[in-house]
Design a protein. Structure first.
Length: 550
């Protein structure tokens, strides 16, 4: 489970928005729970939906009690009026639930399950002044004055309101009139309605108003309450009895086949491109001139000359790369995936990449780098938020048999291995190029192993041959550039992270479809269609939620 940020809340910025963004991991997990995915797909069994409605009734009653307590504690008349409006909206929600319950022939009162009890106990304990917030390794009970209680109560209630408003909009966007009426359209319409969206915003504005005079320590309490409430909402969705088969989570299911994860490195796992880091190291360690203080000739390029030359090489690469991409996109755009034409285009791009790499060796750009300096630089590399945590969770999950392979153009495999090793991921298999050393110092030469897009897909295919005894193993590839395109298409599931314009332009030209992951998951849950489709995400949090779950 991801840890929350400890940065203090800026009182000049809307607190609810900050907290929503801060706990993206949790609400992303909620989006990808089996219950929400099946509900969105319209395949959720009616008994499961009705059980959810029965459990939600208990939570709504707890909300009504919490609103009453918040109203009594608020010392501002306007706040009291607004809380009263929210309190009066609960009976309307209960009426909606009653209409859903009429779908069942057996409408007897249900007993709250463990997840429901945990949620309602938390909310009512907060409302009665017994604030308990998770703080590792135990729980911290915090005393406070009555006037602050209303803010704490709203802090515990706001996450649910915002989450349901978010889910309503997300699911509404997926409705397709051509496919008929969605079986749970009434539920979706309710939470996507202007009325509920306004109610959610009203709750957030109240939280802001009630928190304006709180100290940093008291705001920290609200953050912990918000975080705990969001986690409990995820657990509430997971607590619904689902017996049908679901696509999510993809990985931790003993009944499924082993999972093989493939990933690119540069800008997929990293914030910066490794080539820029290596060249910067070369520039910083290069001599100031061609002669040292003793007058001896040095065989390394001076830093100013290397800087100038690298700027020219980078500029030339950018110009030629764009020309190369444009030159391979000949003819009309394909209506569906044209794999043969795409492969021919990737062959031409591979020739270009190899030509560019020859310049790096020819000009001895990386000559003189010390292997120990490279490893230390790898240890300090900044990786994408959530990347290391995802791989850790995949490796350590007891219900998964996972192999992880990183396939990269990176000029130096030592840099990648150090980056992962510093994060405790020594078991990740790295497939990359290698610098040639003499007495631990780079000669400027490179042993090319993964030099081009074709090399990547060849490496990918060779790895798969090692798993030939388990042909039903699920293969997932995560990448972000044109060089990953064939691997992404060869995998059972290809996930594109980031927003590479060249990747999308080239893919679309040859009939590749790029679909945001959540709508793609919903469509696969309905029909299991996937040919020529790549799934797009903006963060590792989404990948984590889809593959590993909670």
């Amino acid at each position: 489970m991801a840890s929350s940020s400890t940065a203090p809340i800026n009182e000049d910025v809307n607190m609810a928005k900050i907290l929503w963004n801060r706990f993206k991991y949790e609400w992303t997990q909620a989006l990808y729970t089996p219950f929400v995915v099946c509900l969105a797909a319209g395949t959720l069994e009616l008994d499961t939906f009705l059980h959810y409605i029965e459990q939600d009734v208990h939570i709504l009653h707890a909300f009504a009690q919490a609103y009453e307590m918040a109203k009594e504690c608020a010392d501002d008349n306007h706040a009291k009026v607004e809380i009263c409006k929210l309190w009066k909206s609960v009976p309307e929600k209960l009426k909606l639930h009653e209409s859903f319950q009429m779908m069942s022939l057996d409408s007897k009162e249900s007993t709250p399950n463990a997840a429901t009890v945990k949620y309602t106990n938390f909310l009512l304990a907060t409302a009665s002044g017994k604030v308990e917030v998770v703080k590792s390794p135990g729980k911290l009970a915090t005393p406070f004055e009555k006037t602050k209680l209303a803010a704490y109560i709203l802090g515990a209630m706001t996450p649910r309101m915002r989450l349901y408003a978010f889910l309503g909009k997300e699911l509404q966007a997926l409705l397709d009139p051509k496919k008929g009426i969605h079986p749970y359209q009434k539920w979706i319409d309710n939470f996507s309605s202007d009325t509920f969206q306004a109610e959610s915003m009203q709750t957030e504005e109240l939280l802001e108003k009630l928190s304006v005079s709180l100290t940093e320590e008291e705001l920290d309490i609200i953050e912990k309450l918000y975080h705990e409430a969001m986690k409990l909402e995820v657990e509430f969705f997971l607590g619904q009895p689902l017996v049908q088969s679901t696509l999510v989570p993809l990985g931790p299911n003993p009944a499924r086949h082993p999972l093989t994860l493939f990933s690119d490195f540069d800008l997929t796992c990293t914030v910066l491109d490794s080539s820029a880091i290596l060249v910067e190291m070369a520039i910083l360690t290069a001599p100031k001139s061609y002669q040292d203080q003793s007058g001896n000739q040095l065989d390394r390029m001076p830093s100013d000359v290397l800087t100038s030359m690298w700027e020219e090489l980078s500029k030339l690469y950018t110009e030629e790369y764009e020309q190369c991409i444009e030159s391979v996109m000949v003819g009309n755009r394909a209506e569906k995936l044209d794999y043969i034409a795409l492969s021919e285009a990737i062959q031409q791009i591979s020739v270009f990449e190899k030509k560019v790499n020859l310049r790096v060796v020819e000009f001895e750009v990386l000559k003189g780098l010390n292997v120990e300096d490279i490893r230390r630089s790898g240890e300090r590399m900044i990786l994408q938020d959530g990347c290391i945590g995802f791989f850790h969770s995949a490796i350590n999950n007891e219900n998964m048999n996972t192999n992880i392979h990183v396939i990269s153009y990176c000029w130096c495999g030592d840099l990648i291995r150090s980056a992962f090793s510093s994060g405790g991921l020594d078991s990740v298999n790295v497939h990359a190029n290698e610098l040639i050393y003499k007495n631990s110092i780079s000669t400027g030469g490179i042993t090319w192993k993964v030099e081009s897009p074709i090399d990547k897909v060849v490496t990918f295919s060779k790895i798969l041959q090692n798993y030939s005894d388990d042909r039903k193993s699920v293969k997932v590839y995560i990448g972000d550039t044109v060089g990953d395109l064939l691997c992404l298409l060869h995998a059972d599931i290809g996930i594109v992270i980031g927003c590479s314009s060249s990747l999308r332009r080239l893919g679309v030209h040859f009939g590749v479809s790029f679909v945001p992951l959540f709508p793609g998951v919903i469509e696969r849950q309905r029909s299991n269609t996937s040919e020529g489709i790549l799934y797009t995400v903006s963060s590792w949090a989404e990948i984590h939620a889809f593959i590993l779950g909670w």
